[in-house]
Ligand binder design. Structure first.
Ligand SMILES: [Zn+2]
Length: 157
């Protein structure tokens, strides 16, 4: 039996619903604990938008199929200019999943940039190169995602 050591704190959580008025706000008093999901992860409930979400350090790195660590690995492989097929081969993850992860990252390019620099220790140049590579490599990304990447590269943080 595995015990979940890190007992999650509602005050450290924020609503992961982008349409919620309290989206991304910590300690706004809207979050309560809400049982566990089937993987034993703490779930939370947002009283503002009345929806449930799973404990996560950064919502951008939450994906139904991949762990946060795996998504960070995808970022690192992108920095090293590995395309979707290379990532599929290296990580043994289907290319459709890789593509959807990349699209999710691109849509939140600003937050992802911040996270990779502050928490993972990548440099600004590396992250810029990652976005440039993604733009070249994945021409079919939605306009909105491309716009977010352009903003992140322009870097007015
Ligand atoms: Zn909410």
């Amino acid at each position: 039996m595995q015990k979940n050591k890190s007992e999650a704190d509602p005050e450290e959580q924020f609503c992961s619903n982008p349409d919620c008025p309290d989206y991304g706000k910590k300690d706004a008093g809207n979050i309560v604990k809400y049982g566990h999901d089937k993987n034993g992860k703490q779930r939370f409930w947002c009283n503002t938008c009345e929806s449930a979400f799973v404990e996560t350090k950064n919502t951008v790195f939450y994906n139904r199929e991949l762990s946060e660590d795996q998504i960070i690995m995808v970022c690192k492989l992108l920095v090293e200019k590995n395309g979707v097929r290379a990532i599929e081969r290296i990580m043994g993850i289907h290319r459709d999943t890789v593509s959807s992860v990349i699209e999710g990252l691109a849509r939140h390019a600003r937050e992802v940039t911040d996270f990779l620099i502050k928490n993972i220790g990548l440099t600004e140049v590396e992250v810029d190169e990652m976005w440039s590579f993604v733009k070249k490599n994945k021409r079919k990304l939605p306009k909105e995602a491309r716009k977010q990447m352009d903003r992140a590269i322009a870097g007015s943080t």
